[in-house]
Design a protein around this ligand. Structure first.
Ligand SMILES: *[C@@H]1O[C@H](CO)[C@@H](O)[C@H](O)[C@H]1NC(C)=O
Length: 639
């Protein structure tokens, strides 16, 4: 995979060969004899960056056979091709087509069908062309792309999808009705009867045929102007088979091109170095201070014992009235709303483990892009199965907080957060339905998801909760006093909002670069395949999130404020807020959505992702602080 060429670190160089070593069932290569039919499937029509300004103008995708597009249908009507759950959720709608491709048989011009476009259809298609929509075909599972040259490195690569139409110099909108399909094939072991598809490029053109569709070069372009009335369109295509040295195993490499991976690496290494230095410095200062604190406290303890035997050390006794030791009788006091906190922690733990496993699976090459939708599928499976982790964590945390409504805890852990996410998802889906978008998840798929949730996830979560409540209560290192202590006012930067803004910024900084690539893969349908980067970023994010939250907790306790539980959760979770802000910034700079529906969908999905990220990072922050607080209070003697 591409990592092999660009990864300068030893770790990734080691992991990279693994990436191409696995092929799961269903991904076995298909071999064809000359003359055998090679399937060409069509996928949904998706918006990509519009050519005129490189911005995204819509987030609504359409079925290939949406009535307004009027593309030619195969005999007997198009059929759905079976897909995985993840593939459906991520917007694939794959169907059969009318194209007849025969292995190694060149076709110079084949007429497809002739269609009369009514005025409404012409307007609709014209608008979609303006918004930069592109067609997505699959030949033998490989996306038909356009060949693009990288200006920086001079290498060519394939970008999946090709434009529905484009505008000419005069600004007329042209509709592409002729396709030149270039298929690269590879002979397995030089055997001319065992041929495999290893590359597909489509060059669409616009031709206004006056008689037969004969693909001649001298036709004027087909202008689809708004309000220009009905149009007669004849579709045609040519197929060229080109022999290629590319082996089947590496056929995806050209699609996984990264725009200048070097810049990406510089960014990441820069961030990593800064972050690591920062974290190490801060941690070493903190550890030194803590050691001093602990030594002082324990010395004071000794002196106080001596005190009883008559020696007077008044000054030291006064000195004891400061620092985090003072709140030892309150640090493990049950926080407000322990039920909600424990539920969020359970769900956060579930997300944390799911993300970790997904990235590791991806690194090992299980989620190859040739296995369509495998990323989505594996995420759903992992999230479902890991309900047990969620239930267990939630129950144990709740028990440690001396919670009493354990039935509510068990019931709400698998219902609250997934319920919110599902409802939001359902509402957004209604918008897509209203827009007749193919992106709307079909009703049956919704039922399948609800089924999986109730039949597998919830029972597993209950099992986890049961195990969690059965386990021994986590003992606190210090006893909690009967009467809560007064909390003195804190300095500005330790107040809730400023501390959240500061603490949340740093974990966000660790993933900021990667986020950009993830967003362009979500919104611009680029293939995301930089799991090596993602792995490093996830690690960095965890480290930073833990470190800054611990630091904040230390300052908070020193200021005699013992409400560290919610404070650390919210402060670390604030990086989810930054993710949302980043999405809004992206909306302003890279996206130019026309209608209300598009904006609502964009903001809705962004909010959903940011919410999950809030829970994830909040949980990391909470458990880091929890570990820290237990550690420091168990190392001092309290009489
Ligand atoms: C098909 O056409 C292309 C381009 O003209 C040519 O290079 C190739 O050799 C032809 N293939 C066959 C099998 O005739």
């Amino acid at each position: 995979m591409y990592l092999r060429n660009s990864a300068p670190t030893a770790l990734l160089a080691l992991l990279a060969p693994l990436a191409s070593a696995f092929y799961l069932p269903g991904m076995a290569p298909a071999s064809y004899e000359p003359g055998m039919k090679v399937p060409l499937f069509v996928n949904s029509i998706k918006p990509v960056a519009a050519p005129q300004d490189a911005r995204l103008h819509s987030v609504v995708s359409y079925d290939y056979y949406h009535p307004f597009f009027q593309f030619c249908k195969p005999d007997g009507g198009p059929q759905y091709v079976p897909e995985s759950l993840g593939s459906i959720l991520f917007g694939d709608r794959i169907m059969t087509s009318a194209f007849d491709l025969r292995m190694k048989h060149n076709e110079t011009c084949k007429a497809l069908c002739s269609v009369k476009y009514q005025e409404k259809s012409v307007d609709f298609v014209s608008e979609r062309i303006e918004q930069g929509y592109s067609l997505n075909w699959l030949v033998d599972g490989l996306p038909a792309g356009q060949q693009i040259q990288d200006q920086l490195t001079g290498t060519t690569f394939y970008s999946p999808g090709f434009l529905l139409g484009q505008d000419d110099e005069a600004g007329n909108i042209l509709f592409n009705n002729h396709y030149d399909i270039w298929v690269e094939y590879h002979e397995v072991g030089g055997n001319a009867n065992q041929l495999r598809v290893v590359g597909v490029v489509v060059q669409p053109t616009s031709k206004k045929y006056d008689g037969e569709a004969d693909c001649g070069d001298n036709y004027p372009s087909l202008v689809f102007a708004k309000g220009s009335g009905p149009q007669e369109v004849k579709f045609s295509y040519s197929v060229y088979w080109i022999k290629s040295p590319t082996a089947w195993a590496t056929r995806w490499d050209k699609y996984l091109h990264v725009f200048d991976p070097k810049i990406h690496w510089f960014w990441l290494v820069d961030t990593a170095i800064i972050v690591v230095i920062l974290v190490l410095t801060v941690m070493s200062i903190l550890i030194r201070t803590l050691k001093k604190d602990i030594a002082r406290y324990n010395r004071l303890d000794q002196i106080n014992l001596d005190d009883l035997s008559g020696t007077s050390v008044l000054e030291d006794g006064v000195q004891e009235d400061s620092g985090w030791k003072l709140v030892h009788g309150d640090v493990f006091r049950t926080p407000s709303r322990p039920l909600l906190l424990s539920i969020l922690l359970g769900n956060g733990a579930q997300l944390f483990v799911m993300t970790g496993f997904t990235i590791v699976f991806a690194l090992l090459g299980f989620l190859s892009p040739s296995n369509r939708g495998s990323l989505g599928t594996i995420m759903i499976i992992l999230y479902t199965v890991l309900g047990i982790v969620g239930g267990y964590t939630s129950a144990r945390a709740y028990k440690a907080m001396q919670g009493e409504q354990w039935k509510l805890n068990i019931a709400l852990t698998p219902l609250l957060v997934p319920g919110i996410v599902f409802s939001a998802f359902f509402l957004l889906d209604l918008f897509l339905w209203a827009k007749e978008s193919s992106g709307a998840v079909p009703f049956t798929t919704m039922l399948v998801i609800i089924g999986i949730w109730f039949v597998i996830s919830i029972p597993l979560s209950f099992t986890g909760s049961w195990l969690g409540f059965k386990a021994a209560q986590i003992e606190n290192p210090v006893r909690t006093n009967q009467i809560p202590r007064q909390i003195p006012p804190v300095t500005t930067y330790l107040q809730p909002i400023p501390s959240m803004l500061i603490v949340g910024l740093l974990p966000f900084g660790a993933i900021f670069v990667e986020l950009y690539f993830i967003m362009s893969s979500i919104w611009f349908s680029r293939i995301y395949y930089m799991f090596g980067f993602l792995f490093l970023c996830y690690g960095l994010m965890i480290a930073v999130c833990g470190a800054v939250t611990i630091l904040m907790t230390y300052f908070l306790l020193c200021a005699e404020n013992y409400n560290w539980q919610w404070r650390s959760f919210l402060a670390a979770g604030m990086s989810g807020g930054y993710v949302f802000l980043n999405c809004l910034l992206y909306l302003v700079t890279k996206v130019k959505l026309g209608g209300l529906a598009g904006t609502v969908l964009y903001i809705g999905y962004s909010a959903l992702i940011s919410f999950l990220f809030f829970i994830l990072s909040g949980t990391i922050g909470y458990f880091a602080s929890w570990w820290f607080v237990r550690k420091i209070y168990s190392s001092i003697k309290i009489d």
